[in-house]
Design a protein around this ligand. Structure first.
Ligand code: GAP
Length: 445
């Protein structure tokens, strides 16, 4: 099967194989919140490690931080989120269910007048009249300390970028950084989405991988272009996403976030259609200027070469871990018919597969086979880390199970292994099997 799996297929695979579960499932779940299971967390960690390596480790001038989720609320006033982090909403006048007005109208625009016009003859999905569209602020609130009043209100961060801007001077000084340089962060963010939907695509608790690149204002065009290309190349080269599943989407003025002068998204062909996966934004000097004004602290940069003093511009690269995870699964999902049965294979890049290899004794009730297989398993674990021990069911079932979770190789120890010190290695994609000497196993895999 070359066409894409539908959403139910992906949700069902994720639940069946331990990639993603509904959060607090035994209590009926909670809309917009998900838990990653044993296989999911392996894949998530690998995606984050790939991104961190390509963004931070491979670049001498990009530094990592790990900021607090809750910051001084003034940060979010300065960033414009308290006043302007809004989505347009309409309400069903009978059921009082709330919907994203732009989604119901089928537009990217968030302009209230335009939305009112588009929705004037529309009804809610339940067939009732709708309210006028209005803005709804997506910041999640909490209170700090024992007294719950307006003085103790704080926010769960809506994006990780906030503490990158407030640490601009700290990182510049401690790392003796000169422009251009970047600060990167991976972490949770929270958004009170009006209608969380499409599984982990639009959630209320998400994880972001963000990088702000601080530059001289006159470098904005070139740097913007190179981070835009970085997103595309990373998806194709590091994650193996097929280019036919990707598209560019440029934001027009009505769609852009309040801080962005230009924005390009890479869209991925999710089961529900081409949608945003990764954004590159030109945030100009918007954030540092506002933080300087609100905090009263000098956030200008002194250029020793030109003797100029200015507020740096910022090019931002921002992608959601959950959306990347979903894109990788959808892209890798493959079904084929083998002897009248459907074989489901996740054709993940070997570096991303939750388990690099699975090891089995042919029969689990033969101690000599189990002992030999255990030795092989321990050796491979030392080498690759993520190796699965699988002795459940017959060998055919084990292969199917490993195919479905994307394990690139299955190693089976059989009776011949006891005398010839070789094992059978079966390839996930071709299903071909070959005998390999145990001593040559690591280099073969
Ligand atoms: N700092 C810029 C920023 O946050 P954004 O376009 O709002 O920009 C960046 O978000 C990325 O975070 C998106 O491209 C998407 O991958 C992910 N994202 C945003 N909202 C999300 C949500 N509600 N659920 C899952 N992922 C989300």
């Amino acid at each position: 099967m070359t066409e894409q799996p539908n959403l139910e297929t992906i949700v069902s695979l994720c639940k069946r194989r331990g990639f993603v579960f509904q959060a607090s499932e035994i209590y009926g779940g909670l809309a917009g919140f998900y838990d990653y299971g044993p296989l999911g967390v392996e894949l998530v960690n690998k995606l984050k490690a790939e991104w961190w390596r390509a963004t931070v480790t491979d670049n001498d001038n990009i530094f990592g931080v790990d900021g607090a989720i809750i910051q001084n609320p003034k940060l979010w006033e300065a960033s414009g989120h308290v006043a302007g982090f809004n989505d347009p909403m309409v309400e069903d006048l009978v059921t009082h269910k709330r919907y994203r007005a732009d989604h119901l109208a089928g537009t990217d625009s968030t302009d209230l007048k335009e939305l009112a016009q588009l929705l004037k003859d529309k009804q809610s999905p339940d067939g009732n009249n709708l309210s006028e569209p209005r803005y709804f602020n997506m910041m999640m609130q909490t209170f700090i300390g024992p007294v719950h009043d307006s003085n103790s209100v704080a926010y769960l961060r809506p994006e990780t970028a906030g503490s990158i801007f407030t640490n601009f001077n700290n990182v510049r000084e401690t790392m003796r950084a000169k422009l251009p340089f970047g600060i990167a962060q991976i972490g949770k963010a929270f958004r009170n989405e009006i209608s969380p939907r499409d599984f982990i695509f639009r959630v209320r608790e998400l994880e972001q991988m963000e990088m702000q690149y601080f530059i001289k204002p006159d470098q904005q065009a070139d740097v913007y272009e190179s981070w835009r290309q970085f997103a595309w190349s990373f998806l194709v080269d590091k994650l193996g996403i097929k280019e036919e599943n990707l598209q560019w989407h440029e934001h027009d003025e009505k769609e852009r976030a309040h801080y962005a002068a230009a924005a390009h998204d890479v869209y991925f062909k999710f089961p529900q259609g081409f949608k945003e996966l990764w954004g590159t934004h030109n945030r100009t000097d918007y954030d540092l200027t506002n933080h300087q004004n609100f905090s009263g602290k000098d956030l200008t940069y002194y250029d020793e070469d030109t003797k100029d003093k200015y507020i740096p511009y910022v090019i931002e690269s921002s992608v959601g871990v959950g959306r990347m995870f979903m894109a990788v699964l959808v892209n890798a999902y493959h079904e084929e018919q083998v002897n009248g049965e459907t074989r489901v294979v996740l054709k993940l890049k070997p570096e991303l597969a939750p388990y690099r290899v699975a090891v089995s004794p042919l029969l689990k009730n033969k101690p000599e086979l189990v002992a030999k297989a255990r030795q092989v398993y321990e050796n491979l674990k030392t080498e690759f880390g993520s190796v699965m021990w699988d002795d459940n069911g017959n060998i055919g079932k084990r292969y199917r199970r490993q195919d479905e979770i994307g394990t690139p190789y299955c190693v089976t120890v059989d009776f011949d292994s006891l005398s010839d010190d070789s094992v059978t290695v079966r390839d996930r994609d071709t299903t071909e099997q070959k005998r390999v000497k145990i001593s040559e196993l690591v280099s073969n895999l």
